[in-house]
Design a protein around this ligand. Sequence first.
Ligand code: FAD
Length: 536
Amino acid sequence: MTARGAAGDHFGDPGKSRRVVIVGGGTAGWMTASYLAAAFGDRIDLTVVESAHIGTVGVGEATFSDIRHFFEFLRLAESDWMPACNATYKLAVRFENWREPGHHFYHPFEQLGSVDGFPLSDWWLRHPATNRFDKDCFVMASLCDAERSPRYLDGTLLDQGFVEQDHDESAARSTIAEYQGVQIPYAYHFEAHLLATYLTGYSTRRGVRHIVDNVVDVGLDEDGFITHVATAEHGELSADLFVDCTGFRALLLNKALGEPFVSYQDTLPNDSAVALQVPLDMDREPLRPCTTATAQEAGWIWTIPLISRIGTGYVYAGDYSTPEQAERVLRDFVGPAAADVPANHIKMRIGRSRRSWVKNCVAVGLSSGFVEPLESTGIFFIHHAIEQMVKYFPSGRGDELQRELYNRSIAHVMDGVREFLCLHYVGARRADNQYWKDTKTRKIPDALAERIEIWKHKVPDTESVYPYYHGLPPYSYNCILLGAGGIEVRHSPALDLADERAALAEFQRIRIKADKLVQELPTQNEYFAQMRADTH
Ligand code: FAD
């Protein structure tokens, strides 16, 4: 590290464009570059420097429903970017074997309805229509079981009147036909490296400078602001703002600026993963419109169907499994299809940087923080961080308040997702080996412990979630509590006295809608086969 004169010279000078250097060209680096280019155009001078020798993490293919707004902000039509990234649709996360072998349930992207002020989950506990909470309360669960696409063969989206409406202002205003009036929340699966390539093209066409080189040193001034990063072959790159997208290395924020990392390991012990890219025959294997998380002996396996292949990996705790055991479990799970495919072993850093924005350096992506990808929140964190960065974009070195507000927002969301993930483990009925037994006795965050006590008597509703609200809606907690089945929850006593007819009619309405949509919609395989035929 070297020290020298003042950084951030252009801040506060309206005549000069802000210079921003992004270090790292993974999903975080290119999402940040493209978003800032779309937000600020040529009023900002952007450079991305990425190493040809240090690879990206090579995973991160499932997303959360907010991601649609990212593509929409960039004015990218699905018909353009999805084929370029071998993308598919995602309507839910499917959890297998978390309660017991053979059992599955969904956490769909669909709001939970209510009747007479009580959430449908509460009514379901009192008067279950069937033994499937998720299918009785959500249309999406049936669509996932039947492997349906959310779009018809002619490209129109499933009838919006059929799903609880998600208020979505940007969709109403969208200038891109495919997103206009979109009310159903859905997400995507895509190949991470293809998305990075696609966004590289998007960004460079908008004037972003792309340098392929290693950053070998970081220069600081006497106040601890970054003046420049030194590259091996392109000299020094100076800027007003530096974005650290160097992945788990966190080269700028943690290493150069010394910002500490706050580990979540005490509550979320899964710290390792092994991943495989499995060949797929789209004509024979189903493209489920969901990410599947299958519980295993020391963690869980993700299955992500893409047009080109299946992305799969085992997230496990190093205290309970060796990498060799984990790879064997994953290969047994996948079968012969991946016999010749090399495994990618990854050590994960679980937690967050104490502050993600320090001086003139913002960390985005794995350098900022990460929790295991059980709810596909890694890219969601990136998207959220970039939106906040634009919102709190600094005007000068003294913008302490902007930085403080940004840091609060990032910490709030990551800490909230951490709690939600803890609920999956403490709330899973599975306790058939030491790993799963320990999930019931391990420390959980105090606020979650308090809420679980409340939820045992009253399932999550707005009041019992929002005092602690961290960006996840109450229905998400309902899905895990009722689906994973390890915590006994009771219906509200008031429902013993209530007239249940309206609630039963609502279950019936959901069933009729689901059956109709399953009849009408193509499977994802049929939908993407048609798309392929149309483009050839
Ligand atoms: P990386 O991909 O590691 O990129 C780092 C970049 O920094 C690279 O371009 C590298 O070349 C560059 N770099 C590093 N050092 C230097 C240097 N000295 N000089 C120049 N360049 C440098 N998220 C989801 O949303 N959904 C998922 O399903 C999901 N699954 C995941 C599974 C696992 C096992 C893991 C570990 C993560 C998962 N994630 C998921 C998270 C997701 O992968 C990341 O959030 C995303 O890929 C962003 O990574 P990144 O760009 O921050 O880092």
